[in-house]
Structures are given as C-alpha cells and as structure tokens.
Design a binder for this molecule. Sequence first.
Ligand code: MEV
Length: 314
Amino acid sequence: MKRCSAPGKIILFGEHAVVFGKPAFALAIDLRITSTLSASTQYLVNGRPMKKQYHMYVSSALDQAWDGPPVEVVTRSQIPSGSGLGSSAAVTVATIAAMLAEKGRFQAEAVARKAFEVELAVQGRASPTDTSTSSNGHGVLVAQEKMDGFLWRIESGDKSWSIHHREVPEFTFVIGYTGIHASTGPLVAGVKALVDSSRDAAKAVDRIAELVMDGVNAMEKGDKAKVGRLMAENHQLLNTLGVGHAMLDRAVEACGPVSYGAKMTGAGGGGSMIALTDDPTGASKAIASTGCTPFTVKVGCEGVRLEPYARRDS
Ligand code: MEV
C-alpha cells in the first residue's frame, strides 16, 4: 500500500488574522508525520477500530479522499500534538496524500485542497495556512492578491486565500513548547467572538495584516533585527486577541537578550513559542529556565512526499 510523510510548521507572522482573510507567513519545519495506508478487514487507526470522536482528522480525511475498501491507517509523529506546530495539518496531509497515491492521483495541490476541507470540518473555522504549508513545504505566504510564487487559490464561503511558495534563508529558530495542549477550534472561535465585540481586537487583526508583508520583505533581505522586532509586535497583538498564556510570555521575555525576537506561534493558549536567534544554545537555556521544552528546528523543509514502503517496515 502507500506511505507518505508531511512536515509540521511554524507561523512566523499572521496566525488568527489569516482566518479573517488577512495574510500570513509560515515555514515548514524538519519534524514530520508519516501515515501508512494498508488493506484491512475493518477501518483501523494505529491498530484500534476507527472512531470519529478519537480520530477526527484521520476519519474526516477518509471521508474526503477514500471510497475504497476498509483500510488501516498507521501514523508516526515527531510533532507533539496540540503544540501549535501543525500536527493536525501534517497528519491530515500525509493521510490524504497516501490515499491519493493509492489511487494514482498524488499531487500537492490536490492534497492541500482536501486537507483544508478536513481542517474546516473539524475546526469549524480555519484558514488554509497549515495545510498548504505542510503540502508545499518551504515557506508559504498566504495573501489576498496573487504575487510571485503563486501556487493555488483556496476559497471558503466569502473568504479566499492565494497561496505562494517562498524560499527561506537559513535562519535558526528555537521552539519553546509549553507542554500545554491547546485545541485550535475553540481558540479560533474565541478570537472571532472578541473581534466581533471589541474595537481593540479588530484593530489588532488589521495591524497584524499590515506587518506580515513587512516581515516577509525583511526576511527576504536577511534583516533579522527587523524580523525580530515584528515578531515581538505580533506576539503582543496575539495577546490582545486573547490567545496568550503566561508561560508563553515568560519564554518570549527570557529570549529577549539571546534572540532577535520571539513570539507565540500557531493557535496559542499554550502550545509553543519561537525565537529567531544566532545563539540556539543561549535561547534553549533561556526557554528551559521558564519551564518550556526547547528544541532547535530547521525551516524551509520539503513538503508532503511519498516514502518508500516495505511491508516489514510497518
Ligand atoms: C493555527 O496553526 C493557525 C490559525 O491561524 C488557525 C488557522 O489558520 O486555521 C490559528
């Protein structure tokens, strides 16, 4: 049968605001999820009977992309779940890719479109940022208008997003994982409620939208100091949107002297923060001193891919 892997991601700028149709910029990281599809007499996920309430993403992926006989899906993850590092997008992308590969129709854009439908179905509200980044890999700029590197356009209701490929310089990011599992759906719903009722929150979304392109331009010029300043501003704006956490603030603050800038990444409410640094050892120590788990990642990694499969590997 078929085995595919897909990367997790960090969002450098624009999470949450992107759900309102604003821009965002995300980077694929060198932590991956592998999904293997094989024939079975019943639907199984990691050896257990598939249940919608426990296997939301895999079962919704099957709804989107599988109409064949029962299968077993086995997933192996290097990404902590609920860490804000795109584990649900990566498992969805890898599983859909394996199903499309089985039908001879594996192609990154088709995977990204179906994976977005899955996130939407599970989360309620979503943007295609995580799923398109996991599908394409490298850097992904999500924007309203079409720009250089245009890949595909994804629509949902009255919103649409143009997805672009961006090459990524060799920047070093250290992640600080709080260990606090946060579900994206309720956080996204909370931001919507706040934006509908608070002018400050609505203004924060608009300011995030402005800083994304500045940040991308600064990154492309290699201006780490500016990228870092904008990351710090984006972090505060996410706090205004109510998705912060005291542990994230402590880790971001601790990274001040040893990084260009730091911010929470992904849905927030726990999850992870990232620091842009030339001193990964110093940043890791600073992060660890706040109780978060540090790890250094490579960014700009390859998107979804078919992996070799031999039955004895399963
Ligand atoms: C989560 O990684 C990113 C959010 O912007 C949600 C989304 O884009 O669907 C919070």
